[in-house]
Design a protein around this ligand. Sequence first.
Ligand SMILES: Cc1ncc(C[n+]2csc(CCOP(=O)(O)OP(=O)(O)O)c2C)c(N)n1
Ligand SMILES: [Mg+2]
Length: 326
Amino acid sequence: MDLTNDKIIQMYKTMKRIREFETNASTLFAEGRIPGFVHLYIGEEAVATGICAGLNDDDYITSTHRGHGHIVAKGGDTKYMMAELYGKETGYCKGKGGSMHIADATKGILGANGIVGAGHNIAVGAGLSAKYRKSGQVCACFFGDGSTNQGTFHESLNLASVWKLPVVFVCENNLYGISMHQSRHQAIQDVADRAVSYNIPGVVVDGNDIFAVYEAAVEAIARARNGQGPTLIECKTYRQKGHFEGDPANYKPSEEVLEWMSKDPIPRAVAYILDNGILNKEELERIDQEIIKEIEDAIKFAEESPLPSLESIVEDIYTDIVEEVR
Ligand SMILES: Cc1ncc(C[n+]2csc(CCOP(=O)(O)OP(=O)(O)O)c2C)c(N)n1
Ligand SMILES: [Mg+2]
């Protein structure tokens, strides 16, 4: 596996940044400082991090309602993200999108999305565009196990396969769609089995192992870039929190939660880094402190930013200019 120590440290920082951002978002939501809905990615950080670590800056991603991790991993700025969660004018969508609609076209982030299954078709569009323009770009499409029962999942894999589009489909199988266990919503255990219908590779990886995810990503991205078409990567992972903040998640058996907590991707990465002498404890502590400070600054930025003006409610609805997005 082509992984330098610098790259491993970058990946650790990304996972830690996602965790810190969301741990704070959880508290701020409970305190009533963040309006709307917040769906947390805690426990699933290795998926977005491992996949995005294989992408180039000008590659695309599509995201979900649980999008903070994808956006941070693709280079989203935590200041503008936090301001958006607060509904402030300085946020990514000028405070009008909230947690579920963060986008940054300059970084290839085609948007978080509250509609389950909507990212799949957007990814196919991005892949078609990249192929048509011969740009060499790839689109990674993140989605949950629940969304794989939507028609859009099947339509998108089918078209991407027939047209050999540069798309990597990444299923985050966290075992639940809201409160419904996977075994109650589909008769298969491995979503990757569905790749057979579209004659594309279907790969199952331990989604809490950053290195396994990265390795699968590199292979699928190379395949996509070389014109060989899409891959379906299924990352087995677990959402440690409820479906949304405020959900007590009492439908999850406590043994199951404990088992998955012991497979938390961040302590696993820490153990690897320390055992292999990539960093010592003090160096890791310094990195953690830098990230804690970055998120404190993001919260301060969000707190001190103004709310959008009432007049701005009718802005950014229609456009007669189609701006070129790379
Ligand atoms: C088209 C559509 N149907 C239903 C919903 C309500 N809904 C929001 S999240 C969710 C479950 C999604 O499960 P999954 O795809 O596994 O993602 P996870 O929340 O586990 O990350 C549902 C049904 C929705 N937002 N959009
Ligand atoms: Mg799920």
